[in-house]
Design a protein around this ligand. Structure first.
Ligand SMILES: [Zn+2]
Length: 120
């Protein structure tokens, strides 16, 4: 059961099975695949400095989510995001862990330890 409220700063995102669908999520046959990112939207995040979660313009500082290897190498799978968006994604990934491998919710993120890294 989902207990996390969807914050107003994510209210513009489409909702699928109770979860907001991140900006960079890939869609197949009208359904989001929470394990796959859309490469074109990822490029937009980099070139237009957009948040991977909300799709809105980033500020001066960006945050990444990744495991220990990502942190050590400073290489992350997902594009940068706002701090509050990263925090929501981390909370959502923990809450949706019960459905691992179903392709629903934020399960891809739930399969890793989550670290917040601010790169200056
Ligand atoms: Zn954001």
């Amino acid at each position: 059961m989902q207990t996390i409220a969807i914050p107003t700063y994510l209210s513009h995102l489409p909702i699928y099975q109770g979860w907001p669908v991140p900006f960079t999520q890939a869609w197949f046959d009208g359904k989001p695949d929470f394990r796959t990112v859309d490469p074109q939207k990822t490029v937009r995040c980099v070139t237009e400095k957009l948040c991977a979660i909300c799709g809105r313009r980033l500020g001066d500082k960006s945050y990444f989510i990744g495991g220990p290897l990502s942190k050590a190498n400073r290489v992350f799978t997902d594009p940068p995001m706002h701090k509050r968006c990263a925090e929501f994604a981390e909370q959502a990934s923990r809450e949706s862990k019960h459905g691992e491998d179903s392709g629903d919710g934020f399960n891809a993120a739930a399969n890793t330890n989550v670290y917040f890294n601010r790169l200056d």
